[in-house]
Write a new protein. Sequence first.
Length: 244
Amino acid sequence: MNDKIYIHELIDVIGHNRARYMHHMTANWCPVGRAERNMLCFGVWATVGSTGAWPQVVNLWELDGWDGLAANFEHELVGRGAQDPSLAEWWAAAAELRRGGFDRIAVPEPWSPTIEELTGTGTNGAVYAHELVELPPGGARPFLDALATTGRFEMEASGLQCIAALRVAMGSDNEAIVIWAIPDLPAWAAFEQAWDDGTLAPWRTELDRLDARVRRTLLVDAPLSPLRTSRQPEVSDRLPLSEI
């Protein structure tokens, strides 16, 4: 039973700074966020540019429910700039690496695994399929129900494994986020062919019935992302950004 809350971020990186940003996010932010806010890193990924926006990074953070999210905001919104003053140097460095982003608060399905469950079983992917699903108002619930009973089993038969099934909160229940682990690029290519050649027709038909518009991009995880290392980043992982 997953009772966590997630912060999902799409980050626009400046120029050739994606490797530096991902290291700054994992090695320099994660140990502080874990110690001060009980915030776990679920994943930090680079978007494969040919499949979506570039240069872009996707971050996903896991907190202990709505109370944990509120405590996170209480910790953060104390500075004059609505930023934690203890992280002033971190914010300043991050500003040189990114131009902004777009965040969503998301609620997991009960069967969607936590990051500790995933790292405990060594679950990961060589690449990941990241789906942003747009739906009519109120459509997130029936979509996620259909995903649980039909969609994930058809997708997993094509070699994917669902690692996150999330309903976007603070809106009209018209968005969902689904992330799939894929063992290798040939498996991804075979899946995309199956998506178009009729193999996944029952799930495609269900998506049409639900008026679900799926936008899928390909991701690869950062070197220190927990799904790659099977652990949370530590202070000992830090390197000067000039060396990245």
